[in-house]
Design a protein around this ligand. Structure first.
Ligand code: UD1
Length: 357
């Protein structure tokens, strides 16, 4: 069998690393070719993750870089097509919902190569989010759909997708966390930063709806107010960094840093008193670890994290940041059970399906 894995962004690496590992173990005589689109290219957004997660060096680097949605998607398609011609895969595996995902699915399906979509069936029902468009297209055209939570089944059924394409396997991002949990627990990132475990708020923000428009200066202002009460640690995504420089927002008291590697970041996440984010993956990682998460969005494609009791939707409203200390004081101190099949074995279940076991 010949398998091509297409990855391109930071969360893609975390979701796909265990799948590559499981399939290489299951099908040692098969061809496993890794294509890195280069959507994320800074060392701290890409290489560090591949190294830490033990992803073999990519066989093909497309080096597409940044650009508008159309330009980035088109560049991936143009550069991926000859790679797929050369590799002649029986299956292309793609994770998530980023532009590289969309481009890989379209390229493969037009070449009549079957696609497997890792993390299928998530829906925010908000088509102003680029990721929602990418998810719908990826699920429509992928032959094998690997679901990480039960609500995906209903979402896909509602779009007329046949049951036989759906495989409820669990969450491969949590596989990575489980595999590295010992290293994460021992990493001591909070102590190195001089912030007390269980007290600081860890912040990540990168969605265009929040950082590209009017809301960013007020968000930074609200974070600075929160920092007067408890430490606020904020590793800044490059998109956000550029926007913060452009608005020259004042940010006294915030512990800003460059993007962090996987183990360092997860160590900070595991020891945080709370997390404020607009990321999808972080809503899941906090749910697994039982850390309170506040999501600065109007919706989530991951309602399972709300049901678990760890995640609270604040709305796309920076003023809501002021309510975090009170909300924390009222929270019951219980660590929820992780959602079904978020157990560290999702990638092995994908390997079962792909290998036809
Ligand atoms: C992308 C995904 C988003 C995902 C996020 C994870 C799309 C539409 N968006 O958003 O779903 O949650 O990745 O991080 O695919 N940049 C750098 N260095 C890099 C990468 C990006 O400086 O290594 C800067 C560039 O200015 C670039 C901007 O960040 O224009 C945005 O990068 P891009 O990949 O387009 O989108 P993200 O915001 O990273």
């Amino acid at each position: 069998m010949r398998i091509v894995y297409v990855i391109g962004t930071r969360p893609n690496f975390v979701k796909t690393a265990p799948v590559i590992g499981a399939l290489r173990r299951r099908l040692p005589d098969s061809r496993h070719a890794i294509v890195h689109t280069g959507q994320h290219y800074d060392r701290g957004m890409s290489e560090i993750f591949l190294e830490e997660l033990d992803v073999p060096a990519p066989d093909h680097m497309l080096e597409v870089g940044s650009g508008s949605h159309a330009a980035q998607t088109a560049r991936v398609m143009e550069r991926l097509e000859p790679v797929l011609e050369e590799e002649r895969p029986d299956l292309v595996l793609v994770p998530g919902d980023v532009n590289s995902t969309l481009a890989a699915v379209l390229t493969a399906v037009k070449m009549q190569i079957p696609v497997g979509h890792i993390e299928s069936g998530l829906r925010s029902f908000d088509r102003s989010m680029p990721e929602e468009i990418n998810r719908i297209v990826a699920d429509e055209f992928s032959e094998q759909l690997f679901l990480h939570s039960e609500e995906a089944i209903g979402n896909l059924r509602a779009e007329g997708i046949a049951e036989e394409r759906m495989h409820f396997v669990g969450n491969t991002m949590i596989d990575t966390l489980v595999a590295l949990e010992e290293r994460i627990r021992a990493a001591g990132a909070a102590a190195r930063l001089g912030v007390p475990a269980g007290e600081y708020v860890l912040v990540t923000l990168h969605r265009p709806a929040l950082v590209d428009g009017e809301l960013l200066p007020e968000t930074v202002h609200r974070l600075a107010e929160l920092a007067a009460e408890r430490p606020v640690v904020f590793p800044v995504h490059p998109r956000t960094r550029k926007k913060m420089e452009a608005v020259e927002a004042d940010h006294p008291g915030l512990l800003l840093s460059e993007p962090l590697g996987y183990v360092e970041f997860l160590s900070l996440l595991a020891d945080a008193g709370a997390v404020l984010t607009d990321s999808g993956g972080i809503q899941e990682e906090t749910t697994y670890l039982g850390v309170p998460c506040f999501t600065l969005r109007d919706n989530t494609e991951r309602p399972v994290t709300i049901r678990a009791g760890t995640n609270t939707l604040l709305g796309l409203d920076p003023a809501a940041i002021a309510g975090i200390p009170a909300a924390l004081a009222e929270r019951p101190a219980r660590k929820p059970e992780p959602p079904p099949l978020w157990d560290g074995h999702a990638a092995e279940r994908i390997a079962d399906v792909v290998a036809g076991d």
